[in-house]
Design a protein around this ligand. Structure first.
Ligand code: ATP
Ligand code: CU1
Length: 693
């Protein structure tokens, strides 16, 4: 069983570790998934274990509340606390410092310091105590020990300052996490809450978008945001779909076009028929996917977590040694060495380090989404920059996927080849068949009935027309039928070398006609290939179409390699051979790409906004058909990686400096807290910078 729990107090890796420890030890718990940004914990557990799990969470003095899948998108805002105790506490800490500095009475400084600690530190003490009880050495536990230690060795102002600065640091950290949280919630709010719906009596009424059923008709005024997914049924307009596709140039919409919730109607007004409930719109699915994505740990995050788990106890042990060994063995001054040990405790806290990765990854995911690129996990965001080959299929990916009939050669004039071909073609939705069907329709041929129709994967179609078994398909099919001839091949190759795709109409005895269709290359494909090359990624075309056409089209867009006649298993083998040379990405759409897409390190889907499955199945889904988005994604992956490296070095660097300073006797406790706070702020700020990429 899977349950999702919202835990309002869980917003830092510290709480995560605590919960992991507590629940991880329970026999009934089989799996845990943390989403700190959303403050949602997913537990896989045995039936009836939920009450026990909730009780365990309560024993950590946190609250757990069940959530439904889609409500998870809107995280509860952090409970706000009054700010004045903090201000007073700061004043008191400063006062204690001044009294100490002016060499005033120690009791005065002590009273002020203790009051300051009481005012802002209760929460930390409570959390610290719970952590210690559960055998966790988290930041709260460390701070509790450090402040208590400072009080015990009568370092009054120091103890107060540390507590105060730490509380401020926590506050700032929570605020920054809120910003990362908002990056995703911001997407959600793109769809308006209300929509104007046509009622049974012909009236237009404004209702909640959530309440609009599938099939209802909704009207949109100029300048209004579109509330639901649908198909345009009346009027027309231009629409800015940037929130969905990342494409900021407005798109013309006429009757029959698809409309996406979250896009903005610019000019005219129109009506559309709703095709999905508000909770299931493309936008909602995007948001859901990003949430899932950030729940899964990226490799760097796993590394950092593992590191932190060793680092903290290690420094803690060092602190113990520093407190005890020099005074015991070398007759050192107890106070001085205990103080050094307390500074080390502060340094032992890995917060800046641990917080930096999730914030960076979430910002990267949100930035990608803004460009119409849906990345399904931090892993892909981290791995994108390592791609060395990108394989693409041809039809619909590099070309528009809407070929036109450009040549037909009738070899047997005794039959109406065009009519026979059209009759077969209308039964298929393969782009090549569609081209023939369209041409047939234009010349008004009457479609004949077809019996025993079947599609032959990677070859064509077959069926009984007017009492004869006919085949419509490519060269491979004709070879397999054994009706090919050298003259025919000559004609065929000539057309193919011009970049056209040839299919033939044949009975079991002879070829009746030859049709050439031509697809146009997308303007963006050339640029996309160039951009990919500039990023050091080589490109290969894998297509079911013949090698000549493949080579001709590949040449047009400047690709490195072209492989034609690829059946699904060939595409898979090709991906495997590229994988020998490094990471491979694959872009594809059709069923003939599915095995290759699954095998590739990163599988890209295009035009995901219009389809039902692409968002769910791809590793990276491009909302529209623009291949340039892949280069953008790789660039974003480079920036994300750069920020991760900066953040980790920064966090560790500051620790290293303070460790040295302290051992040299130069570091003070409040300086260490200050540095820790600064580091946390810097890494979070640096991570959020990605949002603007
Ligand atoms: N239903 C069909 N109708 C007509 N021709 C077909 C059909 N199915 C396959 N073919 C022929 O077989 C070839 C290979 O088809 P396949 O579906 O494997 O690849 P594709 O869609 O053309 O290209 P890509 O792999 O780039 O998407 C097509 O180019 C076409 O000539
Ligand atoms: Cu042949």
């Amino acid at each position: 069983m899977r349950s999702q729990l919202r835990i309002a107090q869980m917003d830092c890796p510290v709480e995560e570790a605590l919960i992991r420890k507590k629940l991880g030890g329970m026999a009934a718990v089989q799996g845990l998934e943390f989403n700190l940004i959303q403050r949602v914990l997913t537990v896989v557990h045995t039936p009836d274990a939920l009450p026990a799990i909730e009780a365990a969470i309560r024993s950590l003095s946190m609250t757990a509340e069940g959530v439904t899948a889609h409500a998870a998108a809107v995280a509860a805002p952090a409970p706000s606390k009054p700010w004045w105790p903090l201000a007073v506490s700061g004043g008191l800490a400063l006062g204690a410092e001044i009294v100490h500095w002016l060499q005033g009475p120690e009791w005065l400084s002590a009273v002020m310091a203790l009051a300051a600690i009481a005012l802002c530190g209760i929460g930390t003490y409570k959390k610290g105590w719970i952590a210690l009880k559960n055998g966790e050495l988290n930041i709260n536990a460390l701070m509790t020990i450090a402040v208590t230690g400072a009080v015990l060795i009568r370092q009054w102002p120091e103890a107060a300052m540390v507590m105060f600065l730490f509380t401020i640091a926590e506050l700032i950290e929570a605020k920054s996490l809120d910003r990362a949280r908002n990056a995703i919630r911001g997407l959600m709010q793109l769809a308006p809450e209300r929509a104007t719906m046509l009622q049974a009596d012909g009236q237009w009424l404004e209702v909640e978008a959530k309440a609009v059923p599938i099939g209802a008709v909704v009207r949109v005024k100029p300048g209004e945001r579109i509330g639901l997914d649908g198909v345009l049924v009346g009027g027309g307009s231009t629409v800015n779909q940037a929130p969905i596709t990342g494409e900021s140039i407005p798109v013309d919409k006429v009757v029959g076009d698809t409309i996406f919730a979250g896009s903005i109607n610019i000019a005219g007004s129109f009506e559309y028929r709703v095709t999905a409930a508000a909770s299931n719109s493309t936008l909602a699915r995007i948001i859901h996917a990003i949430e899932e994505a950030q729940g899964a740990r990226a490799p760097t995050q796993r590394f950092v977590d593992r590191f932190a788990r060793i680092y903290t106890p290690l420094v803690f042990a060092l602190a113990l040694a520093v407190a005890l060994l020099p005074p015991l063995l070398m007759g050192g001054d107890w106070y001085a060495w205990i103080y050094k040990a307390l500074v080390l405790l502060v340094i032992a806290c890995p917060c800046a380090l641990v917080i930096s990765t999730p914030v960076t990854i979430v910002s990267g995911l949100a930035a990608a989404a803004r460009h119409g690129i849906l990345v399904k996990g931090g892993v892909y965001l981290e791995e994108g920059r390592r791609l060395s080959w990108l394989a693409l299929d041809k039809t619909g990916t590099i070309t528009h996927g809407k070929p036109e009939l450009v040549d037909s050669v009738i070899l047997d004039a005794s039959v109406d080849a065009m009519q026979l071909a059209t009759s077969l073609a209308v039964r298929s939705d393969h782009p090549v068949s569609l081209a023939i069907a369209r041409a047939g329709k234009q010349s008004n041929v009457a479609v004949l009935p077809v019996a025993d129709f079947s599609a032959l994967l990677g070859r064509g179609v077959r069926g009984q027309v007017a009492g004869e078994l006919l085949h419509l398909g490519n060269h491979r099919l004709i070879e397999e039928l054994g009706v090919c001839s050298p003259e025919l091949e000559q004609r065929l190759f000539a057309l193919e070398e011009a970049g056209k795709t040839v299919i033939l109409l044949a009975t079991e005895r002879k070829v009746l006609a030859l049709f050439a269709v031509a697809d146009t290359v997308k303007d963006s494909s050339r640029e996309a290939v160039k951009a990919l090359h500039a990023l050091g990624i080589r490109t290969a075309m894998l297509t079911g179409d013949n090698s000549h056409t493949a080579a001709a089209i590949a040449r047009q867009v400047g690709m490195d390699e072209a492989r034609g006649n690829q059946l699904p298993e060939d595409k898979l083998k090709a991906i495997e051979s590229f994988a020998q040379m490094g990471r491979v990405g694959m872009v594809g759409d059709g069923i003939n790409d599915a095995p290759a897409l699954a095998r590739a390190d990163i599988g890209f889907a295009m035009g995901a906004a219009g389809t039902d499955t692409a968002i769910e199945t791809a590793d990276v889904a491009l909302m529209d058909d623009d291949l340039r988005k892949i280069a953008r994604f790789v660039q974003l992956s480079h920036s994300t990686h750069a920020v991760l490296v900066q953040n980790i070095s920064l966090a560790l660097g500051i620790k290293a400096v303070f460790l040295t300073l302290t051992l040299m006797g130069l570091g003070t406790m409040w300086m260490a807290v200050f540095a820790d706070m600064g580091a946390a702020l810097l890494v979070v700020g640096n991570g959020l910078r990605l949002l603007r990429k």
